[in-house]
Design a protein around this ligand. Sequence first.
Ligand SMILES: Cc1cc2nc3c(=O)[nH]c(=O)nc-3n(C[C@H](O)[C@H](O)[C@H](O)COP(=O)(O)O)c2cc1C
Length: 214
Amino acid sequence: MATIADSMWRSAVGLGLFAIITAGTIAVTQAVTEERIEQQIRKAEAAALFEIIPESRHDNDLLSDTVSLEPDPLLGTRQATRGWIARQDGEPVGVILPVIARNGYSGDIDLLVGIDADGQILGVRVIQHRETPGLGDKIELRKSDWIRSFDGKSLDNPKPGRWAVAKDGGAFDQFTGATITPRAVVEAVKQALIFFEDHREILLAEPSPNQDGS
Ligand SMILES: Cc1cc2nc3c(=O)[nH]c(=O)nc-3n(C[C@H](O)[C@H](O)[C@H](O)COP(=O)(O)O)c2cc1C
């Protein structure tokens, strides 16, 4: 005959198993979700690379022609990253840098900034952000054309003091009711241009994967 102690023991084992299975299921779901999010980010990144430097402007394998980048405050990065080099007939035509705007309204804004060999912007795209829908999310190309206002700009166009949103006396529009997000992006893109200027020679001298003797 089962005692009270037996019954309590069975309940405890049952509860323990239930807890283990539940915790395991949550952990697996979380890992799968994180992997999916990472895949989506990589997909968005690849699409943005070809928007910034279309295939008509380069003939190398952009996705595999990469350069390692140390963490750098000018890029907003705290971990090693990689940039991409576009080439035409073996000559570098531009570099695409991963940039993080650290002072968005809701945290980090991940960008790709394409810069040609003369320091002119080829394009900027937002890869990931958490800005407010209807306010800060106008940095996305599918929400507004604002991000195209960087095309063709360089460190001296507009002049350094005008690398800001209009509200701060600069050349770039802010959004109605949302100044913080565009301010953060303008500042991050300007810093990326300074990074490019500081590292131009090294970046453009990077051997292509087919020329390094491997
Ligand atoms: C719920 C809520 C969400 C907001 N989201 C954003 C946002 O995503 N980006 C942004 O620039 N401002 C956002 N704002 C507005 C900012 O708080 C701020 O008022 C605006 O950016 C103007 O900034 P300024 O005073 O520096 O010009 C939000 C405000 C509220 C109340």
